[in-house]
Ligand binder design. Structure first.
Ligand code: MN
Length: 343
């Protein structure tokens, strides 16, 4: 998905030179000003001022549940991987490396932008809806999901773009919990998803007293999706991101029945990042150049666009009706960048 913010700020993300020790910090979610997807409820928990990354996780948006159709026209990315994790509803993904797939709950889309890619995302609608100028809202299926980004380390951020879908993710079953391993390794189960830094992402449903194995060299955070957790005596409900620090070999969790939550973690990311709109770079000049190139590519014919940095997504030509077009880059903010301190 695109960053829906119509006037995105530049996010200066200083390197995490070492992980903080075990802690429980609640970082509040914030509503994203709505752009292209009207009426869709989007809550952002990363990046935060003071918590730009958790491992290489650098962006976390939760959307829905809402009966709205996602219709995100082609837009660019660079320097990151997008991780799409639908909770309800199916999404059709098309990109400039030729992918055209539907992703459903339990399945994972990973798009490695590297030097540059573009893609579109549209809700899969029943045949009876979405026709005419005003679709019947009550008939739209429920859309709910997570859009995450992973910053690529410097040695990989200029690589050629690629896409993969993983449909058979490993499931770890422990005392009181079931855990789908989205990326990385958890409780002896490893996701086949291709990642470029030491990282973990797990979707856990549990009840009662859970004892989750963690890597002490990773920092971790938890996002409750449904239900209620208690960690180190602190109540955690849906909404904020609970940052847990590093240095834990296990995590004792009290979960109300059928509480569902995401566990995200990784080696503290040791590089400064500059994030703006859909780009992750290192300098203002890089981000400015990516923006200029995306804008310039919009003026090319299809063949020239296909050979350009961000490429060309099939199916959005002038005759594509409501799916015609591309998302122009917002203006760059004129403010001088100011570094942030972490924690
Ligand atoms: Mn996107």
């Amino acid at each position: 998905m695109t960053n829906l913010d119509t006037s995105p700020a530049q996010e200066v993300c200083p390197a995490a030179h070492e992980g903080q020790g075990p802690c429980v910090q609640l970082w509040p979610e914030r509503e994203v000003p709505l752009g292209g997807v009207r009426a869709m409820n989007v809550l952002r928990t990363l990046p935060q001022r003071g918590l730009p990354t958790v491992g290489a996780w650098c962006f976390l948006d939760s959307f829905g549940p809402d009966r709205v159709a996602m219709s995100v026209l082609p837009h660019p990315h660079c320097g990151l991987q997008t991780v799409t994790w639908p909770l309800e509803g199916a999404v059709r993904h098309r990109d400039s490396v030729g992918s055209d797939v539907v992703v459903r709950p339990g399945e994972l889309n990973i798009m490695t932008a590297g030097h540059g890619i573009s893609h579109s995302e549209f809700s899969v609608l029943p045949a009876t809806t979405g026709t005419g100028s005003s679709p019947v809202v009550e008939e739209l299926p429920v859309s709910r999901g997570l859009q995450l980004w992973v910053a690529l380390p410097d040695e990989h951020r200029h690589r050629a773009p690629s896409f993969e879908q993983v449909r058979d993710l490993p499931v770890a079953v422990g005392e009181g919990f079931t855990a789908t391993v989205m990326v990385g390794e958890f409780a002896g189960h490893r996701s086949p998803a291709t990642m470029f830094s030491p990282i973990v992402g797990v979707d856990i449903t549990g009840t009662g007293s859970l004892d989750l194995p963690l890597r002490p060299d990773f920092e971790h955070a938890v996002l409750v999706l449904d239900g209620h957790l208690v960690i180190d005596g602190q109540d955690i409900e849906a909404g904020p991101l609970a940052y847990l620090g590093a240095g834990r070999t296990s995590l004792a969790v009290e979960a109300k029945p059928d509480t569902r939550f995401m566990l995200l973690g990784g080696e503290p990311f040791g590089e400064d990042l500059l994030m703006w709109w859909n780009f992750v770079g290192r300098t203002h000049e890089e981000v400015e150049k990516a923006r200029e190139e995306w804008e310039a590519e919009g003026l090319l014919d299809d063949a020239a666009a296909a050979a350009s940095r961000f490429g060309f997504v099939q199916g959005h030509g002038p005759d594509a009706g409501p799916e015609a077009g591309r998302i122009p880059a917002p203006p760059l903010p004129g403010v001088k960048l100011r570094p942030r301190t972490r924690g």
